[in-house]
Ligand binder design. Structure first.
Ligand code: ZN
Ligand code: FE
Length: 255
């Protein structure tokens, strides 16, 4: 079984480090900066970086790839339809790749960027900037409909799936979530927990899909309470979930 830990980068990025204790090989997801990865490798000289997984082309996710590629023999996996530096393996929807002996399925999740992919392996989801803890990524390239269907697809994975997203945005996302659903006790409870964690400088990830379904407004666009709140703000009625999603995302952009 692989072990997973976070290497913090920049102000709020996490580079996920996957370790196979049997082979002493490791992999990283979205190394926007090579420095934290190289510092870890220098401190753990018995470990070999064998794989680099990329979810999308933004600099805070790919910025360290070329330097790591030069320093190691790692294979670089990334979305086929995006420009990924030093990419060895171009991935499309439903492709399968074996990383550290684990079989990962590729799920295309356009919205934040058009080629954005997620890596899924039995209860582990690396979803970059698409599904965040209590939130979702901004729509830089895709439409609200695309992002809504991407999130719907991720939400259909098993409930106990651990969600490893790429940023520590949970607290600010929950402040928005509680504004959307002031009467949701699960959001209130999570907000209290996460507030305490962040005061202590503790990571709030991974999340689970079960918790996201209870507390993430962007996965709750079919809920009456969320719909009514959007109707109240926009002055409309009977919106389809994707339209509720679009209105929520626009609201969050200015929140
Ligand atoms: Zn991004
Ligand atoms: Fe990012």
């Amino acid at each position: 079984m692989i072990q997973i830990s976070a290497l913090p980068a920049f102000t709020d990025n996490y580079i996920w480090l996957l370790q196979d204790p049997h082979t002493r090989r490791c992999a990283v997801v979205d190394p926007g900066d090579a420095a934290p990865v190289q510092a870890w490798l220098a401190a753990h000289p018995e470990w070999v970086l064998s794989d680099i997984l990329i979810t999308h082309h933004h600099h805070d996710h790919v910025g360290g790839v070329e330097q790591l590629k030069k320093a190691t023999d790692a294979t670089v996996y990334g979305p086929a339809s995006e420009n990924i530096p030093a990419r060895d393996i171009a991935l499309k929807d439903r492709d399968r790749v074996s990383v550290l002996g684990c079989d990962f399925e590729i799920i295309e999740i356009p919205g934040h960027t058009l080629g954005h992919i997620a890596f899924y392996h039995q209860g582990l989801l690396f979803c970059g900037d698409t599904l965040f803890a209590a939130g979702c990524g901004r729509l830089f390239e895709g439409t609200p409909e695309q992002m809504h269907s991407s999130l719907t697809r991720l939400a259909a994975l098993p409930e106990d799936t651990l969600v490893y997203c790429a940023h520590e945005y949970t607290l600010s996302n929950l402040r928005f979530a509680i504004a959307v659903e002031p009467g949701n006790p699960d959001i209130a409870e999570r907000l209290a927990t996460v507030t305490g964690q962040r005061e202590g400088g503790i990571i709030t990830l991974p999340s689970t899909l079960a918790l996201e379904k209870l507390t993430n407004p962007f996965l709750r666009t079919g809920e009456t309470s969320v719909k009514e709140k959007v109707d109240e703000r926009i002055g409309t009625h009977n919106r389809a979930p994707s339209a509720v999603f679009a209105a929520l995302r626009a609201w969050k952009d200015k929140f």
